[in-house]
Design a protein around this ligand. Sequence first.
Ligand code: ZN
Length: 407
Amino acid sequence: MNSWPRITLPSIAGHEFPTLKLVDSDLGLVTVNAPSDFRIYVCGITPYDATHLGHAATYLAFDLINRYQSLSGRSVNFVENVTDIDDPLLERAKRDNSNWRSLADTQTELFKADMSALRVLPPNALVKVTESIAIIDDFIKKLDSRGFLYEISGDYYFSVGEYLTGLPVSLSGAVKIFAERGGDPDRQGKKHQLDPLVWSANTDGEPGWESSFGFGRPGWHVECTAIACKYLDKDSNNPILHLQGGGSDLIFPHHFMSAQIVKAAYGREFSKYFVHAAMIGLDGEKMSKSKGNLVFASKLISDGVDPMAIRWALLQGHYQEDRAWSKNLLSESEIQIATIRRALAQSEVTDSKKLIAGIIADLANNLDTPRALKRLLSWSEQSINAGSVNQSGLVSRSIDSLLGLAL
Ligand code: ZN
């Protein structure tokens, strides 16, 4: 599938880029050691309610990593999937009496338009699950040939037992979360409660595909691992990826299971780092499908909100801290970007060297965007009062490159 249109990153001359530091969900603060290539896989949307601001905040975080690594001279290979076949999607289509495929296609196009408006760099590959059935089939065959697959009434499970170490929560806690997030711990005949489904036999009327495991559809975790390995495992690297990313609600079971499934299939580690973005709340609750309290980027944009104000508002908070969206936050952001635009429209501004170096240092420090934005705002206020050098174009290009803010 085509991604959204490319964005050119203006280069930033005369500045050093320190090695990026990020907080990994298992390892804590890490210095991201990556060679000249950087392979990143980010779990994409299930296209039936794109793009709420929780999604947007997650993709902005990984966009900043993509930008930073690219600007520091690395070749970034960024792959993202679209889970365009999944229970919630089918349930929504049924509820609305619509066709699941046209719902998925419409929402995917909306997502791409939102990402483009929010100035997120397009992935090198944006891959639909429904276009990847043969890839997933091959991956499941690997699990089978290494003895990690078993069948219950036409459904196939990954036997996680051997790799069930390092659970991020207690076993009973894990079973509870597994059930809440689409797992079936209590099914009769399973070898372990946490074994995930990798291929589901077709049930009446549901969409399905032919495969080596019968007519049906793939399970969630194996979709991402198959796509990530197909697109990013070019040279038998170990680990296969440098970074797997997504929202913090994917830590367990999705990312945990993905890591174990790849170990079983390939005998190699899936990803060197696992980085997660926090959740966005509204009125004191997490913004989520189940709560129905979603604010959509496309709705704000069609109401006339500047996408850069949305981007600024989301970057005002730190990507790994749960935070709230509010009308106040948006209106404050609109005032702040107006101040920055006013400074950038001047022919003379305050010297920019320290500002740009400061923003680079903030980003290198686990994407400290709240600090970078404060720095930019205070530079703008100073520039409005006492500009002396002709550098507004330089600042404008630099904040576009580093922060994705085209102001
Ligand atoms: Zn995924």
